[in-house]
Design a protein around this ligand. Structure first.
Ligand code: SF4
Length: 319
């Protein structure tokens, strides 16, 4: 049984669908990469998974999550009381801007301690040793000193690790990491991603990794969900998508990725990514697509099953 399953998720602002018919599932121990350009709805989807969207947005669909006693709950229809037992405990979250997610006036050790206190009642000594262990797990050296520092006294890379330690303190079954390394320099970025990869195997972490970087997706993910302007372009096994992309948008992303790897100038996609609040009718990619057909401007493309583990939404996919 999947740990988390998103069924027909749509998020609307008034009558405008911002995210439309998103479907995916993640098994325990798997990593799903949600990939797409800035503004395609990746972060909005993460917030939907935790049911923390602003009230101005309406949501349809189901998000099934297996809780510890093998029962499953629908996150979108659960009350706040149940959601409080899920957020930060069953599901941990690491945000893009680590510093903004940390409390600037509380010392690092106390911020982890507060999460541990909610999760279970333990004595001070056990709690402190667990905090030190979490700081070590995320690769922070000199844990006694860090325990007593405020977030602003840490470097950007250390703040991101600190945010990860807090997310792991609840011993979550699922970690959602929203572009966790994008604010770091390239060295800190690589170190942070190596850390996530080690943790994935060491503690059998189930991970939803949001990224605009295909290198990260290929290095980590068992599955990929490629989003374009709030719609799914392609979903499935990472190897299948990497070797045989079926959607023209995925193919364009891969061509750009390959050009950078070969130190060539990439050919940019024509046009611009549309606003989520005012998307084009039909296939949202049609104004930029070289394989466009008359139907593409009129109807949303249907789902096409390519292999039972690889799907695209396109009238004229690449065979
Ligand atoms: S549905 Fe049409 S416009 Fe959209 S990606 Fe496929 S071919 Fe291109």
């Amino acid at each position: 049984m999947s740990l988390i399953t998103a069924e027909n998720i749509s998020v609307s602002l008034g009558r405008t669908p911002i995210l439309k018919d998103i479907n995916f599932s993640v098994e325990t121990g798997e990593t799903l990469a949600i990939v797409g350009e800035t503004g395609c709805g990746k972060s909005l989807l993460c917030k939907t998974l935790l049911n923390i969207l602003p009230q101005s947005l309406s949501v349809n669909g189901n998000i099934w999550f297996n809780i510890a006693d093998k029962k499953r709950i629908n996150i979108l229809s659960s009350g706040e009381q149940i959601l409080k037992t899920i957020r930060g405990k069953e599901i941990g979250m690491v945000f893009q801007d680590a510093f903004a997610s940390l409390n600037p006036v509380i010392k690092c050790g106390k911020q982890i301690s507060d999460v541990l206190a909610v999760k279970s009642k333990t004595d001070h000594r056990t709690k402190k040793s667990r905090i030190f262990s979490l700081l070590e797990i995320v690769g922070l050296a000199d844990v006694t000193r860090i325990y007593n520092l405020y977030p602003h006294q840490l470097s950007g890379g250390m703040q991101q690790r600190m945010a990860l330690a807090i997310a792991l303190a609840g011993n979550p079954r699922l970690l959602i990491a929203d572009e966790p390394s994008s604010s770091l320099d390239s060295i800190a970025q690589k170190q942070y991603l190596d850390l996530l990869n080690r943790l994935k195997h060491a503690i059998n972490l189930t991970l939803i990794l949001v990224t605009h970087d295909l290198d990260e997706a290929f290095a980590f993910a068992d599955k990929m969900l490629v989003l374009y302007a709030g719609y799914t372009a392609e979903y499935g096994n990472t190897v299948d998508i990497r070797t045989a992309p079926a959607h023209p948008y995925t193919k364009a992303l891969l061509d750009i990725y390959q050009a950078f790897r070969e130190n060539r100038q990439p050919t940019p996609l024509p046009g611009e990514i549309p606003s989520l609040g005012n998307p084009p009718a039909g296939c949202r990619f049609h104004p930029r697509c070289y394989r466009v057909q008359p139907a593409c401007a009129e109807q949303a493309p249907p789902k096409k099953d390519l292999s039972g583990r690889h799907y695209t939404w396109c009238f004229n996919p690449i065979e």
